[in-house]
Design a protein around this ligand. Structure first.
Ligand code: DMJ
Length: 563
């Protein structure tokens, strides 16, 4: 269907190629942007969650976790700063405490805190940190990530398996908590939670994330769409606008990236089914509108800044033509305002009342990074340069970078969200560094992969990295390696068990996470989830770990030796 209004459709030209400064210059500028913001946070705001860049002080926003420091940690390594990465990693281990009486967003804590700690854990080897013997299947940052995630698990204890939006980290879900959660708040866990399960061998995390995904999938409308907010107790859709932006965005992102990270066809099939409905009902001239989830009628003909991740996601799936055209639409909005307003009315070609701000979001830059990798077209570098220039010009303050309250007159807000350091600057830097190890695909010997695990049996980073929705890279190879070893350990335990208790059915106690997909989760008393007020920290692996060499020798003797 073609959209009935006239679109601004400036063509993208490549005439700027010769005007682009060399990549090294841009990388230097991006680094100095990072350090201006980062040092300002440390000097003025730490240990608060965020910097307030107009008043040069700090505030807690999403919890009380020193959030900006956790979110920025892996960016330090992306920019090549190993020593600061090491210093901050140990500060966080010493200072961050999740045993706190704070109501936290389940979604934000997962993508920023759990995601940030997981990435830092997986990058610790490259950062030159001292690694404990089982790394990457164990390690202090992994234990911290698991501890943070454990505090979120009570939110998933609902009849549907779909989580509440907010949980108290100390007491669990408040009895007065609203059961209404946004779609992304239900479907944005599989990357972090499956990573936790497969690294640690504890299936609880992946189980709850899958159960929530399955429940959400079953609530789609007859025309194949999901709405914006759902009641997690009754499964009733409370807000019925279907689209790809705010409230939904990362649900679709996690179906695709989950499929890639976990080689999971079921997740990909779910995405393809949604995508067919999205293309059919919401796409008009390569824009994506909001429609009523049951009828498909247009409810809001607007583009939201958060939707700008979509061309990048399409490029991951190989839909390049469509991705390029949609990117061009979005880039035309950027050029109109020097940033992306939160909402943009497509028919009016202008901002929407009270949604004129640009809180330094990363999504368009993220898409530019993927599309530059896929096409080599310098248009995407030009967007990067535009972003660099306008952020410097409009948002820089003496102590950081401020969100833009209104793109029409460049008024500023006293806020620098942690995703500015976690995502915006990271994607900008990676856009201008196409051979960075995080892009994967490197050759042996160029530092693009490394060894890990006992005796170096894990080859890490060789298959590239998958970024969570907060731009924290996850390594599929680490997941594969650790779950393979926990499977082997389980087989060994089963073999030993069947010798000492011949009648007990081996393997009946715990299966590896990847084999438990779709099964109902363990009850809370069986799981590692803490009950409200409970302080006990359980070991990540509940059985002693046999070194790989011992396993071989044991296996050699199992059938002839009763010892
Ligand atoms: C980030 O926290 C994540 O990218 C999330 O998925 C959407 N919002 C912000 C960035 O805009």
């Amino acid at each position: 269907r073609s959209f009935p209004y006239k679109m601004p459709s400036e063509c993208m030209c490549k005439c700027n190629i010769l005007l682009l400064p060399p990549p090294q210059t841009n990388k230097k500028r991006i680094k100095s942007m990072f350090y201006h913001a980062y040092n300002s946070y440390l000097d003025n705001a730490f240990p608060y969650d965020e910097l307030r860049p107009l008043t040069c002080d700090g505030q807690d926003t999403w919890g009380s976790f020193s959030l900006t420091l956790i979110d920025a940690l892996d960016t330090l390594l992306v920019l090549g700063n190993q020593t600061e990465f090491q210093r901050v990693a140990s500060i966080l281990q010493d200072t961050v405490d999740f045993d706190i009486d704070v109501n936290a967003s389940v979604f934000e804590t997962n993508i920023r805190v759990v995601g940030g700690l997981l990435s830092a854990h997986l990058l610790a080897g490259r950062a030159g940190m001292e690694l404990e013997p089982g790394w990457p299947c164990s390690g202090p940052l992994l234990r911290m990530a698991a501890e943070a995630a454990r505090r979120l698990i009570p939110a998933f204890q609902t009849p549907t398996g779909m989580p509440y939006g907010t949980v108290n980290l100390l007491h669990g879900v408040s009895p007065t908590e609203t059961p209404v959660t946004c779609t992304a708040g239900v479907g944005t866990f599989i990357l972090e939670f499956a990573t936790l399960s497969r690294l640690t061998g504890d299936p609880t995390f992946e189980d709850v994330a899958r159960r929530a995904l399955t429940a959400l999938w079953k609530t789609r409308s007859d025309i194949g769409l999901v709405g914006n907010h759902i009641d997690v107790l009754s499964k009733k859709w409370v807000a019925q606008d279907a689209g790809i932006g705010a409230g939904v965005d990362s649900y679709f992102e996690y179906l695709v990236k989950g499929a890639i990270l976990l080689q999971d066809e079921e997740l990909l099939n779910m995405f393809h089914a949604y995508d067919a409905a999205i293309q059919n009902y919401t796409r008009f001239d390569d824009w994506y509108l909001w429609v009523q989830m049951h009828k498909g009628t247009v409810s809001m003909p607007i583009f939201q800044s958060l939707e700008a991740f979509w061309p990048g996601l399409q490029s991951l799936l190989g839909n390049l033509d469509s991705a390029v055209r949609t990117f061009q639409n979005y880039y035309s909005v950027w050029r109109q305002f020097g940033g992306l307003p939160e909402f943009y009315s497509i028919p009016q070609g202008y901002t929407v009342d009270k949604r004129e701000g640009y809180p330094l979001r990363p999504e368009l830059i993220e898409s530019a990074m993927y599309l530059f990798r896929a096409t080599g077209d310098h248009t995407y570098l030009q967007l990067g340069l535009d972003a660099l220039e306008s952020i410097e010009k409009v948002s820089r303050t003496p102590c950081g970078y401020a969100s833009v309250k209104d793109l029409r007159d460049h008024q500023l807000d006293n806020r620098m969200e942690s995703f500015f350091l976690a995502e915006t600057i990271k994607y900008l830097y990676l856009l201008f560094d196409p051979t960075h190890f995080l892009h994967g695909g490197g050759m042996e010997g160029d530092g693009s992969w490394e060894e890990g695990g006992e005796g170096g049996q894990c080859v890490l980073g060789a298959g590239g990295f998958i970024f969570n929705t907060e731009a924290h890279p996850l390594d599929p190879a680490a997941l594969y390696c650790c779950s393979r070893h926990s499977k082997e350990r389980q087989e060994l335990r089963d073999a030993l068990l069947s010798l000492s208790h011949p009648k007990k059915k081996a393997g009946s106690q715990s299966k590896p996470a990847d084999e438990r997909a779709g099964e109902p989760p363990q009850s809370q008393s069986e799981s590692i989830a803490l009950k409200p007020g409970e302080k006990k920290t359980l070991p990540t692996l509940s059985c002693p770990v046999q070194p790989f060499s011992a396993r071989l020798s044991v296996l050699g003797q199992v059938f002839s030796d009763n010892s």
